[in-house]
Design a protein around this ligand. Structure first.
Ligand code: FES
Length: 152
């Protein structure tokens, strides 16, 4: 999973490129939505009609999927994206406290809770600007954010 370093405005040509690359896949909606978020950093409301038309779906169907999956951002991120895992393995070793720490101390980041980053064996895990980090403590998180130039 990668994420645009910063949010870009609605760009019909970028959305069209994603549709051209992924629109032929089985169950194309999810890959297309992921691709749009990777390209723009979010899924603008203006893209919904474009995607619906290209995939022969209703706008309500596309909007329903975007709303259901918290992964999809309907607003641009307000800073560097910091995702903190709160799924079981990470919760059991302090993931929830790490999330609270991030929410309290890293206001310059766009902090999101996510459910499993695939690093369960090295919990707790975070993703900062698309880069995964394992066995993260509050101190390590502060250092990572500082290194990323995302002081809060
Ligand atoms: S539970 Fe956190 S990375 Fe899987």
């Amino acid at each position: 999973m990668s994420t645009a370093a910063s949010a870009a405005p609605y760009d019909p040509a970028a959305v069209a490129r994603v549709i051209a690359e992924r629109g032929h896949l089985d169950g194309a909606l999810m890959p297309v939505l992921h691709g749009v978020q990777e390209a723009l950093g979010w899924v603008p409301a203006e893209a919904v009609g474009q995607i619906a038309q290209a995939l022969d779906l209703s706008r309500a169907e596309v909007h329903g999927v975007i709303s259901y999956y918290h992964h999809f951002r309907q607003q641009p991120a307000h800073g560097p994206v910091l995702q903190v895992c709160r799924a079981e393995s990470c919760r059991s070793v302090g993931g929830e406290q790490l999330l609270q720490h991030a929410q309290r101390h890293h206001h310059g980041c766009h902090v999101e809770a996510v459910y499993c980053l695939g690093l369960c064996a090295q919990s707790p895990a975070v993703m900062l600007q698309g880069q995964p980090h394992a066995r993260v403590t509050a101190e390590k998180l502060d250092r990572l954010v500082a290194e990323a130039g995302a002081h809060a």
